[in-house]
Design a protein around this ligand. Structure first.
Ligand code: SAH
Ligand code: SF4
Ligand code: F3S
Length: 503
């Protein structure tokens, strides 16, 4: 950055408000001023035209934007939601979103739940470094779960010197301040916190879809399943106040959102540690009251504390979707104990059949890990047995991945790769068979579908979802996106329907 644009830094920090979100709003403005000055000098020198092209330049000028950004999100719904917040901050600073990595500001929001998630980031980062050589103004930032691991940050500092900014999962709300800091100093900015008890409300967010949105209801996790790194990188469980959640849902509804997905690593323990404790079921009752919201989803439910109250609320509700993602992880009670999951095979089966009985037509989906340390053929067959008995609509199946620092990583009896691969293939086959057997249950009926997008492969079709989350394709156009329409489900194709819209 040209030294002409460097503010009197000390002054700026002295006048910065201490309270949030005011402090970040202040830094958004400061960063925006720097960016604008840079853009104006690029315009004057003709560099801007070279960099952005006429069409983009016109768009930037009309929107008063002074640079471009691109966010790549890895991992789960929490990260997707975080990326929307990060995008909101970047837009407030004066960046405009583009989908290529030649942007002025490129941000990777990373995941570390399994080893291959990390490897992907390093691979992509290498390519990004080459790109930055051609575009030296480019700023590269990394955030998310991977950054909470000390070894990762050490490696980046040593071998990826071209990275400009590194921050973690606890301080994403600080993005404006961190960018400001990077614009004023020549070296890499690293700001990762070990934990936080803070929840900063009321910062801008940019939604990916106009008609549906994730809503965080809690952060972190206290469960410490023995294989899982999430509690280490996302910190202790913290619930948002119900008033803040309801206010956000009301704002979203007023803005045209019809479907909300309530997000937490274990939504069933929502509210337990609030000053005025409330249950997740009670929160759902309150969200149900918000006018304009037509569909409520949530993720993820831990089987150990799924209450009868929740089942009753799902049964009564007109808006809660008949879909429950209930991670099994393993069907062997012995393995479940070592995993620290706190339920047995029998308890899981009983829970699943109770839910199916109480909420007819509900779709159950799950996560399963294959090859946890010490898993024998017998243990694995127990998992297969649960899949048969429950009849999941779909299941995410994962090969166990050793995560440094978790109790399972130090366990003996890691299962040989070839054995794991064989089990994984058998499980996948069974999951697909059961899925295609059970999830076509609504064929030849008329159901409500929320239309989400134009079909990827055939632009004369639109794609939407049933309440139970099954995908439906049918003839239609872009005007239907975001609306709920009645569709006759003519044909079931294994894991999706082909349909026709009804008047
Ligand atoms: N909080 C959610 C899961 C979040 S992680 C829950 O408890 O259900 C998403 C999924 O990744 C988990 O359900 C698990 O199946 C999988 N997973 C987590 N750690 C893993 C590991 N070390 N190896 C393989 N899969 C893992
Ligand atoms: Fe990981 Fe278990 Fe927490 Fe889920 S509940 S995030 S699997 S520790
Ligand atoms: Fe990955 Fe972090 Fe989610 S590790 S799965 S992005 S909470």
């Amino acid at each position: 950055m040209n030294s002409n644009f460097i503010d009197n830094e000390q002054n700026i920090y002295q006048h910065a408000p201490a309270a949030e979100p005011e402090r970040q709003l202040y830094f958004m403005e400061k960063a925006r001023t720097l960016l604008k000055a840079r853009f104006e000098s690029m315009l004057a020198s003709g560099e801007a035209l070279n960099q952005y092209g006429q069409e983009m330049l016109d768009k930037m000028i009309s929107r008063q934007a002074y640079g471009t950004f691109c966010i790549q999100t890895f991992g789960c719904q929490m990260n997707a939601k975080d990326s929307e917040k990060l995008a909101g901050i970047l837009e407030s600073i004066g960046f405009i979103e583009v989908d290529t990595e030649t942007a002025d500001f490129v941000l990777y929001n990373t995941c570390t739940v399994r080893e291959n998630a990390n490897l992907r980031v390093y691979g992509r980062l290498g390519q990004l470094g080459a790109l930055k050589k051609k575009h030296p103004r480019m700023m590269i930032a990394l955030c998310g779960c991977m950054m909470q691991e000390k070894e990762v940050v050490e490696k980046l500092k040593k071998s990826y010197r071209f990275v400009d900014l590194i921050f973690g999962t606890h301080n994403i709300y600080q993005l404006a301040e961190l960018i400001y800091r990077r614009l004023n100093q020549k070296k890499m900015v690293v700001e990762v916190w070990e934990g936080t008890d803070k929840i900063v409300e009321n910062l801008p967010a940019e939604r990916k879809y106009a008609f549906k949105s994730g809503v965080n209801i809690m952060f972190g996790c206290n469960n410490f399943c023995s294989y899982c790194i999430v509690p280490y990188v996302r910190g202790r469980e913290r619930s948002r106040n119900p008033e803040e959640i309801i206010k956000e849902v009301e704002r979203l509804a007023a803005d045209g959102v019809v479907e909300v997905m309530l997000l937490g690593q274990n939504v069933n323990s929502y509210g337990k540690n609030l000053e005025h404790p409330i249950s997740f079921a009670e929160l759902l009752r309150q969200v149900e009251q918000v006018e304009g919201i037509r569909r409520i989803r949530f993720m993820t439910s831990h089987p150990k504390d799924l209450s009868d109250e929740l089942i009753a609320v799902m049964k009564e509700s007109k808006k809660i979707c008949p879909h429950l993602h209930l991670p099994l992880q393993s069907g062997s009670s012995r393995i479940l104990k070592v995993m620290n999951r706190k339920y047995t095979k029998e308890q899981y089966l009983e829970l699943a059949s109770k839910i199916k009985k109480e909420v007819p037509g509900i779709s159950l989906t799950t996560d399963i890990i294959v090859g946890f340390p010490g898993e024998t053929e017998e243990d694995f067959l127990e998992t297969m047995d649960v899949v048969e008995k429950v009849g999941f609509d779909s299941a995410f199946t994962f090969i166990y991945s050793k995560r440094t620092g978790t109790p399972a990583a130090a366990m003996e009896n890691q299962v040989p790769e070839a054995v794991v691969k064989d089990r994984f293939d058998r499980l996948l086959k069974l999951v697909q068979e059961t899925g295609s057997r059970v999830s076509g249950r609504e064929v030849h009926t008329v159901q409500e579908v929320l239309v989400e997008e134009i079909n990827d492969h055939d632009s004369s079709l639109v794609t939407g979802r049933l309440g139970n989350n099954t995908v439906v394709h049918f003839p239609g156009d872009a005007s239907l996106i975001g609306t709920i329409v009645k569709v006759s489900l003519d044909e079931f194709k294994g894991f999706y329907y082909m349909g026709t819209m009804q008047p």
